[in-house]
Design a protein around this ligand. Structure first.
Ligand code: NAD
Length: 270
């Protein structure tokens, strides 16, 4: 059985941890070459080693890049094309949730700017350079490869619903990811470039668990989760795999929710 990403070249940001790492493992398992990108060099090298050891039949590489810096994102995209010969999938997944991100009165401008630089501008740079590379992809019908590609941008459930536990900059940045992705999806729809957002619910990854560092904080959220549990990073990676693969060939501009039902919920089960 060929993998769902057989012959495809993929790049994942924030691949040193959480959703990004689980996605790298899944993409490689499905036959893709994978460039793992992260600002944390040690983490991304360790992650790439883990993926390469488990899936020696595909090409795996790591590169350090801060997604908020355009030159570093461009260099990462160029590296993927140089190593793998093309670029079919870009998963703009890197993001931060700053502990000092708060409500409208308490959030400092520098926290707002930092959050926007990574979570929103970083996704813009990733889309821009992915689009430039994907336009040049040669078609190879024998391998199911074509011009264009699939871009997946990580937003969040907070892009869709309000929370009385505020993180103003984070929420605003993720709402903007949804809006930007929709518009880019329309602009590039006739070029064979699909763009979709993925909206994870609250997950058991360092990003959220470092923030919810007491039982009280965890329980404040758990009561609102229909399934009564936080999600796992791999459950989001499976959604990203679907959006990356040709299984989602007629999907573009969507807000793809993988949230345990949270954004459909009024009253949770007892
Ligand atoms: P994580 O903290 O486990 O992983 C995030 C990775 O991004 C880290 O390896 C980090 O080093 C990297 N990163 C941070 N800033 C970067 C930068 N400037 N350039 C490159 N890499 C950078 O978090 P995660 O839970 O896997 O989160 C991944 C994405 O999912 C984020 O965009 C996050 O906002 C989103 N998300 C997470 C949750 C959750 O509950 N964990 C919920 C909704 C959305």
């Amino acid at each position: 059985m060929p993998g769902r990403l057989q012959y495809k070249s993929t790049l994942i940001t924030g691949a040193g941890s959480g959703i990004g790492l689980e996605s790298a493992l899944l993409f490689a398992q499905e036959g893709a070459d994978v460039l793992l990108v992260d600002v944390n060099e040690q983490a991304v090298n360790a992650a790439a080693k883990k993926v390469a050891e488990r899936f020696p039949n595909v090409k795996v590489a790591a590169t350090k890049a801060d997604v908020s810096k355009e030159a570093e994102v461009k260099a990462a995209v160029d590296k993927a094309v140089e190593l793998f010969g093309r670029l079919d999938v870009v998963f703009n997944n890197a993001g931060i949730m700053h502990p000092a991100d708060d409500n409208a009165l308490n959030t400092e401008e520098k926290i707002w700017d930092l959050t926007m630089d990574v979570n929103l501008k970083g996704v813009w740079w990733g889309c821009k350079h992915a689009i430039i590379a994907m336009r040049k992809n040669p078609t190879d019908a024998s391998k199911g490869l074509h011009t264009g590609g699939s871009i997946i941008n990580t937003a969040s459930f907070v892009a869709i619903m309000g929370a009385a536990t505020p993180q103003l900059a984070y929420t605003a940045s993720k709402g903007a990811v949804l809006a930007m992705t929709r518009e880019l999806a329309m602009v590039h729809a006739r070029e064979g470039i699909r763009l979709n957002s993925i909206c994870p619910g609250p997950l058991k990854t360092p990003l959220l668990m470092d923030f919810l560092n007491t039982d009280e904080k965890k329980n404040r959220r758990l009561v609102h989760l229909p399934m009564g549990r936080f999600g796992e990073a791999v459950e989001i990676a499976k959604g990203a795999l679907f959006l990356a693969s040709d299984d989602s060939s007629y999907m573009t501009g969507t807000d793809f929710k993988v949230d345990g039902g949270l954004t459909s919920c009024y009253v949770t089960p007892e």
